[in-house]
Design a protein around this ligand. Structure first.
Ligand SMILES: C[S@@+](CC[C@H](N)C(=O)[O-])C[C@H]1O[C@@H](n2cnc3c(N)ncnc32)[C@H](O)[C@@H]1O
Length: 337
């Protein structure tokens, strides 16, 4: 193990503890800090390929294998005893957290587009994981504690600031499609177990939301739902290679809406730029909800705020959002509505 690999791993785990886990999962703060100070675990984690060292991936693998959610000492003993299995799970799986809660922050922008275009929306998600963010019309929403909009499940709660244009109706969805390097089948029990392991310990509301969204997906796939758009069609591939054909395949009379959340961080700067250039040049609307906001010139800007994404429409930032969709901070003073 090189000193460089160890130093990288220490700073990665401390950064996750401080930036992403803090305020959301005290146990993951404890685990990540514990690993950063544990030479035995550091030596093992540092041997993983760099993109596979993410604490949320390593910890999800341990929990998937049955570590439980005990203190750091317990998970440390588990990981040291079963490292070959933990490493094997890390190598064969990805952080494909699918967060239906993000629909609460996407919904106001989807509704804005629906009002502007006056046509049903053809949703095209790049990096959809199991496709749970492709079902925004099938969930219900409560903004700032108001009575729910919609009657579907889960009910997603979202706190807002800055006077966002809150929707009064759910948008009409004509089509749901996506492309992912590894599309997941949200009705497969092993996949469901992995998706549940990706929800951080202590986040019971997120876990409930995930279970309910998976039930909605399952009902939609089995035909029990009366949605004209039907279940999502998920293609395998790289978003840059397949986005054009997806936009071109949108049903006539609909407005293609390309969107993505928590995906661009997996791309390098050149691929982010290529994607932004392709989407900007096509006849579609484009919603981005990411740590990396890519402007119309293709320049990437990393969110300066701890813990938040930038929500943008057609390359123009509109809001900052909580990483899992529970907060929407509208930038009305800059861009208005
Ligand atoms: C963290 S998950 C987010 C899933 C979903 N967008 C959400 O917000 O719940 C990131 C997803 O992006 C996919 N992904 C990463 N790079 C990609 C690429 N170059 N092309 C297509 N999908 C990609 C991953 O496989 C994964 O399913």
């Amino acid at each position: 193990m090189s000193t460089q690999a160890t130093e990288f791993t220490v700073s990665l785990y401390l950064d996750y503890a401080r930036r992403w886990f803090h305020g959301h999962s005290p146990l993951y703060v404890q685990w990540a800090t514990g690993v950063a100070n544990d030479p035995d675990l550091l030596a093992l984690v540092a041997e993983l390929p760099e993109p596979k060292r993410q604490p949320n991936l390593v910890f999800a693998a341990a929990r998937y294998l049955g570590s439980g959610d005990g203190d750091f000492e317990d998970v440390r003993d588990f990981m040291l005893a079963r490292w070959p299995e933990v490493a094997g799970t890390v190598l064969s799986h990805r952080t494909q957290t699918n967060e239906a809660g993000r629909c609460a922050t996407l919904l106001p922008v989807l509704s804005m587009i629906a009002a502007q275009e006056r046509r049903p929306l053809a949703l095209i998600e790049v990096g959809p994981s199991a496709g749970l963010c492709l079902l925004p019309d099938l969930y219900s929403y409560s903004f700032d504690g108001a009575p729910p909009l919609g009657s579907g499940s889960p009910l997603l709660h979202c706190r807002t600031t800055g006077n966002p244009p809150l929707p009064t109706a759910l948008p009409d969805i004509a089509w749901r499609a996506g492309v992912d390097l590894n599309p997941l089948d949200g009705t497969d029990p092993e996949t469901v177990a992995w998706l549940r392991s990706l929800v951080w310990p202590g986040q019971t509301e997120r876990l409930k939301q995930l279970d309910e969204a998976l039930e909605t997906l399952s009902a939609l796939k089995s035909g029990a739902y009366g949605s004209t758009a039907g279940a999502p069609t998920l293609m395998t591939g790289d978003l840059n290679d397949r986005i054009r054909e997806l936009v071109e395949a949108a049903p006539e009379g609909s407005v293609p809406v390309v969107f993505h959340s928590a995906v661009l961080m997996y791309l390098d700067e050149a691929d982010r730029k290529r994607f932004a250039a392709t989407v900007s040049a096509m006849d579609c609307r484009w919603i981005s909800n990411e740590i990396f906001f890519v402007d119309t010139a293709g320049r990437s800007h990393e969110s300066a705020d701890q813990n938040s994404f930038t929500l943008a429409l057609d390359g123009v930032p509109l809001a900052r959002t909580g990483q899992h969709g529970a907060e929407l901070h509208w930038l009305e003073t800059i861009f208005g509505t």
